[in-house]
Design a protein around this ligand. Structure first.
Ligand SMILES: *[C@@H]1O[C@H](CO)[C@@H](O)[C@H](O)[C@H]1NC(C)=O
Ligand SMILES: *[C@@H]1O[C@H](CO)[C@@H](O)[C@H](O)[C@H]1NC(C)=O
Length: 385
């Protein structure tokens, strides 16, 4: 009986020994397994991360092969929103273009370095015979201007790559002088120029215009002005109020009717006012047709109603109407001399930011192609170009 009990005790002891052995080795193995698993998991995820990076880099680098490029592309940065269109020749319709151009940033402080530019907008029939003079005028001022050319649709421009006009033509439509299609062309120029967020001032010029001063003077004159140079006056005669049609009421009343030169300079705010207008546009389109020349009335009347305090009420473009008739004088080769320009410079008196000045015109028209050579000769002495 005792020996049985002893044997049982022994067996009990043996069992205890085995159990304690198992309970000691089991957690150790488990721990080892876990550790191995963890190491494998970390290793795998590192491999995954690197391969994903590698593939993304491969993808972006096929789009932008620059070795300086990070593995994210430009669409992730502010560049995407501020870069002007690379190609002016687009297939956007006028309706789409005006809509897009009417986007206005509400925060007026730019979160990037913005160098404000003057957009020089040339409204032409075809070639720009005075282009060599303008090339000289713009030389060295790349950061401060941009150029847009609206020619008739049939005209194919062939400016050499060295010219500032190379690749600056915008898609155009037919233009009939004195009709709404003229104002539409001007709005098209403004809308295209508005797509470049750096453009702050917008000058409308023609193929017969010339600059009267060097670029830096013109840039300072325009950029420091408190007003936009839209000519606006009330002409009681047959060519002023005589062109008014009372069916324009109530949008435009006779007392609000204005006349002014087609050749304007406006700032960005007024440029948006012009392209976004749907209130006055139908009235002018319907009730101002020749002999009402809409390009002499539409923008100036509209802006005088909306923002009179922002207008200088005078144009920057000198024109000679002294010979009378429907068209101003055109000057050619034989008219060109220092004395000719002296007469233009001397006859000036106007207000600039409320102060009297004798510098009133920055541009002049109309100059024939034959004037080019003498103009190039006079340019440095007379205009400082
Ligand atoms: C531009 O013209 C003005 C006045 O004629 C002159 O004072 C200025 O030095 C000229 N600037 C350049 C860069 O030629
Ligand atoms: C331009 O004319 C408007 C009235 O049509 C006037 O309110 C404004 O002050 C004028 N601008 C200047 C610079 O005198």
């Amino acid at each position: 009986m005792q020996s049985r009990m002893l044997a049982m005790e022994e067996g009990k002891d043996q069992a205890t020994v085995i159990r304690t052995n198992i309970s000691r080795t089991l957690p150790l193995r488990l721990l080892l397994f876990c550790l191995l698993f963890a190491v494998m998991a970390v290793g795998l995820s590192i491999i995954c991360m690197y391969s994903v990076r590698f593939f993304i880099f491969q993808q972006t680098s096929t789009v932008t092969p620059s070795s300086l490029h990070p593995w994210f592309d430009e669409s992730d940065t502010i560049e995407r929103w501020i870069r002007p269109p690379a190609n002016l020749w687009h297939s956007i319709s006028d309706t789409e273009l005006l809509w897009r151009a009417s986007f206005v940033p509400k925060i007026k402080e730019y979160p990037f370095l913005r160098v404000p530019k003057i957009a020089f907008m040339f409204l032409t029939k075809g070639p720009l015979p005075l282009a060599p003079l303008w090339d000289r005028f713009f030389e060295g001022n790349q950061r401060h201007y941009s150029i847009y050319v609206h020619a008739l649709p049939s005209y194919i421009a062939g400016y050499p790559e060295s010219s500032v006009f190379h690749g600056r033509q915008i898609p155009s439509q037919m233009v009939e002088w004195g009709k709404m299609s003229m104002c539409e062309a001007e709005r098209r120029l403004l809308a295209n120029a508005l797509l470049d967020i750096s453009n702050e001032w917008f000058v409308l010029l023609s193929e017969s215009c010339i600059p009267l001063f060097n670029f830096s003077l013109i840039y300072h004159y325009i950029s420091r002005s408190e007003h936009s140079f839209m000519e606006s006056y009330d002409d009681p005669g047959p060519y002023g109020r005589g062109r008014y049609d009372s069916r324009m009421e109530p949008e435009v009343q006779l007392s609000q009717w204005r006349k002014g030169s087609q050749w304007f300079e406006v700032n960005r705010r007024l440029a948006v006012d012009i392209i976004e207008d749907i209130k006055y546009y139908p009235k002018f389109k319907e009730f101002c047709q020749p002999a009402c020349y809409v390009d002499e009335h539409y923008f100036t009347t509209m802006l005088t109603i909306q923002v009179p305090q922002l207008l200088a009420n005078r144009t920057l473009t000198w024109t000679d109407w002294s010979r009378g008739g429907a068209h101003p004088a055109t000057f050619g080769k034989d008219d060109m001399s220092e004395a000719f320009f002296q007469r233009i410079f001397e006859g000036q008196a106007c207000l600039y930011n409320g102060q009297p000045t004798t510098v009133c015109f920055l541009f002049a028209r109309k100059f024939a192609p034959s004037a080019l050579d003498p103009l190039l000769e006079l340019a440095s002495r007379v205009f400082g170009i």
